[in-house]
Design a protein around this ligand. Structure first.
Ligand code: GLN
Length: 485
């Protein structure tokens, strides 16, 4: 199958005329047709994909430079606006909303020749860790349909793991790229906050949200970042840091690299299976020349509580715009304006979103603001300082992505606190704005993938790619894929 091949090799073949983008797109749709009624990773397919592929093929035939993703099929999480394609954030409240413009990052990859195959399923407004809270239904893990693919970018992870596309976009507010990547055996990168424009992405928690790629290997993630990153005048938080050719600069040599192991990430909450996989990986990296040191991130224990105050507060404010007047759904059963707002929001939002709006509205309300939101912001600063201190001693930090491999569908959905605690190892990178990557390392006894997380200083994605690539070589993970494929 062609969609198993690394992107840079596919692009090379396309440019040499040995392969057509149309063939890749057809393979993509065949694979979706064969598997997606079970997996449910797509909510909408792009009817114009073949036409777009044909155009790329024609340009290539004329020797035009189409871009670094020329003719490559990719999928986009339902949180990204794509011009003239319904965009709902997997919520009933946005049903029928068709944006007249695309997110900047969608425009960027299209300008590099990528073909958008469709929109992927996710937790409603990207709130969740299991992809069970989407109005479009549950996504299944391609490694075992009884298990979740992780969330909130579960559809984006599952479609890459099952070779329906070469790569996908996810969003990561507290772990939603890295955790599903770990659960489905793909690579997931959360870039530095500000590396990728947020313009045109449905906002969840604006100071934490960041878009990033999900791919089959580390080099593809670097290439995707090259296409996605860069300054955007339409997003005032988007950085002017230059884009580098990360994918061509990867050096998998870890000799002399100092890697920090946070004590707090290897505590009792970590399952033996994940701990065992990481310990054997650490041994292999040590034999490869890396030096490990123990580090301290003492405020980790406050990460979950401060994250859930900050993200719910920002969400309550961001989601205030869905009032039945401007976007998507409008309740038909209202006689006055107040009832219109109330009925639209009551009917349109799901349980988890309502829970967060209530929590966030409470935390921001007068009299409680200082005690909750402001305090959480102060704790966030302490968490950032923990990392600044740690990076004086090491080049990168290594730890788990989640406490366990993928859990079963239904296992945690009725216990929100248990679900929130699952994010303990990923949230801090968002609170501190740092880049993090999940790279697959092994499989559990039940045959479910386990990933490792690497975190680097701001704008040091190259370090993640270098160490990540070494891990890929050491584990030989590239050879593995789910049986259904
Ligand atoms: N699981 C976390 C939450 O529910 C993270 C979500 C995300 O990164 N979008 O908030």
């Amino acid at each position: 199958m062609k969609l198993d091949t690394p992107i840079h090799q596919l692009v090379k073949k396309l440019k040499l005329g040995e392969l057509k983008s149309l063939d890749l797109v057809r393979e993509s749709f065949n694979q979706i047709e064969r598997l997606d009624s079970d997996i449910q990773s797509f909510v909408l397919l792009n009817e114009k994909a073949e036409e777009a592929a044909d155009k790329v093929d024609q340009k290539l035939a004329q020797g035009e430079d189409v871009g670094i993703l020329a003719g490559i099929p990719i999928a986009v999480k339902e949180m990204f606006c794509v011009k003239n394609m319904e965009t709902t954030a997997c919520s009933k409240i946005l049903k029928g909303f068709v944006p007249p413009y695309s997110a900047s990052v969608v425009n960027k990859v299209e300008a590099e020749g990528a073909i958008i195959i469709g929109k992927t399923n996710c937790d409603e407004f990207a709130m969740g860790s299991s992809n069970e809270s989407s109005t479009n239904g549950i996504v299944r893990n391609p490694w075992d349909f009884k298990h979740v693919p992780g969330g909130s970018s579960g559809g984006s992870a599952a479609c890459v793991a099952s070779r329906m596309v070469s790569a996908s976009f996810g969003t990561d507010t507290g772990g939603s790229i890295r955790q599903p990547a770990s659960f489905t055996g793909v690579v997931g990168l959360k870039p530095t906050y500000g590396r990728v424009s947020r313009y045109g992405i449905v906002a969840f928690a604006s100071s934490l949200d960041q878009a990033g790629p999900m791919t089959l290997n580390v080099r593809d993630a670097a290439l995707m970042l090259e296409a996605m990153a860069g300054h955007d005048p339409l997003d005032s938080t988007c950085s002017k840091q230059p884009i580098e050719e990360w994918s061509n600069q990867i050096q998998e040599d870890v000799h002399g690299k100092v890697i920090g192991l946070p004590k707090e990430y290897f505590d009792d909450g970590l399952s033996d299976e994940v701990r065992g996989s990481l310990e054997s990986l650490i041994g292999s990296l040590e034999r490869g020349g890396a030096k490990f040191i123990e580090i301290d991130l003492p405020h980790t224990k406050y990460a979950v509580s401060s994250y859930y105050i900050i993200c719910t507060s920002e969400a309550s404010s961001n989601l205030a715009r869905y009032d039945g007047v401007r976007f998507g759904k409008r309740s038909s059963s209202s006689t006055d304006l107040d009832a219109l707002y109330m009925n639209t929001r009551s009917e349109g939002f799901g349980d988890e979103v309502k829970r967060r709006i209530m929590l966030g509205t409470f935390a921001l309300s007068s009299g409680y603001y200082d005690a909750y939101y402001l305090k959480a912001c102060r704790v966030r600063r302490l968490i950032q300082e923990d990392f600044i201190g740690a990076f004086k001693k090491c080049d990168a930090i290594l730890g788990p992505v989640a406490t366990t491999p993928a859990f079963q569908i239904g296992e945690r959905i009725d216990d929100p606190v248990k679900m929130y605690l699952n994010d303990i190892y990923t949230l801090s990178a968002n609170l501190a704005g740092l880049p993090g990557i999940s790279v697959p390392v092994s499989v559990s006894d039940k045959g479910l993938p386990i990933g490792v997380q690497l975190i680097a200083p701001h704008f040091m994605e190259q370090t993640l790619f270098d160490i990540g690539k070494k891990i890929e070589v050491l584990t030989g993970w590239n050879q593995r894929c789910p049986d259904v494929v």
